[in-house]
Design a protein around this ligand. Structure first.
Ligand code: RRO
Length: 304
């Protein structure tokens, strides 16, 4: 009932693991796959190993979390070994792999893409980390020319679908969306974390995060994510994957009604556990069954 075909790939369901959560190792990805995800997304990987920011890198706030992980990853070559280890079981479970990549510029993006493409089903370009600094952050995703150049460079070497993760921290999400789609993006993922924000500990009188500030995820950002998806779907024709504050099937349905063809779950894993994917799928199925609807019937329905 929840089978979803996007870019000629059949996903067993439209509820995917978002980048950055439970994606640092192959075994963590496999665990999410076993818990019912239709696809799993890797932690964003770059050319070289990166330690990430110092601890603490996460702090819980009302309605979500702030994170400043700082792109910790083992580098693309090491990461490929992680993927090799889980390859056959992922095939057996029929769970697709989305490879999230980052880089300082289009040349770096292209190099990482060339390495990773043979090992994943879909490539996700992370041009939207709100606090990575050093040119890695949302600076690319806030500039329509830089975004376009990155997408063109990766598309020129890719034989698999290339989707682009956008930041909500822009004045015109439609403009950026059109720019990446005109450059050849096969889909859009919206949204990366919001902000960044800051929490100050009033006893120590200092910001809690070692990096001082971090991107906001979780329930509180859902209305912003839904509005971004709604706006993006009104301007581009490619599939849009909604992400931002999804913890229940009803949240997922809301994103689909805004136009999303699929969803990703990140922070939700902390709220509802690893089996959140099964739970969300069950809730979507029940909702549809009780109303005699199919998934296709609800996608974009709020826009009609
Ligand atoms: O690693 C991170 O700090 C991070 C990344 Br790459 C991202 O895209 N979004 C985010 O909130 N954190």
């Amino acid at each position: 009932m929840l089978k979803t075909k996007l870019w000629n790939i059949e996903f067993k369901n439209p509820v995917f693991l978002a980048a950055g959560v439970m994606g640092e190792t192959g075994s963590a990805l496999k665990r999410m796959a076993k818990n019912g995800a239709g696809a799993v997304c890797t932690k964003s990987v770059g050319i070289e190993k990166k330690e990430g920011h110092k601890n603490p890198t996460m702090v819980e706030v009302e309605g979500g979390f702030l994170n400043a992980m700082g792109l910790p990853n083992p580098g693309v070559e090491e990461y490929i070994l992680e993927l090799e280890r889980i390859k056959s079981e992922m095939k057996r479970m029929n769970v697709k792999i989305i490879g999230s990549i980052y880089g300082k510029n289009e040349t770096e993006f292209q190099k990482v893409a060339e390495n990773l493409i043979p090992h994943v089903d879909v490539l996700e370009l992370n041009i939207s980390c709100p606090h990575a600094g050093g040119g890695y952050g949302s600076s690319i995703g806030q500039d329509k020319c830089l975004s376009k150049n990155v997408v063109s460079a990766v598309k020129s070497v890719s034989d698999i679908p290339v989707i682009v993760k956008l930041t909500p921290n822009v004045t015109d999400i439609k403009e950026i969306s059109n720019s990446v789609v005109n450059a050849g993006a096969d889909g859009i993922v919206a949204i990366n974390t919001l902000g960044p924000g800051m929490v100050i500990d009033i006893e120590s009188k200092k910001p809690v995060l070692a990096n001082k500030f971090g991107g906001m995820s979780g329930k509180a950002i859902k209305p912003i994510a839904v509005k971004n998806v709604y706006d993006i779907c009104s301007t581009v024709e490619v599939p849009v994957i909604g992400v931002g504050g999804i913890t229940t099937g009803y949240d997922a349905i809301e994103f689909m009604m805004a136009g999303a063809s699929g969803v990703q779950v990140g922070t939700g894993v902390y709220y509802r556990g690893y089996d959140i994917f099964q739970k969300i799928n069950q809730e979507i199925e029940e909702f549809l069954k009780n109303r005699d609807l199919n998934l296709k019937d609800i996608i974009g329905i709020s826009r009609k």
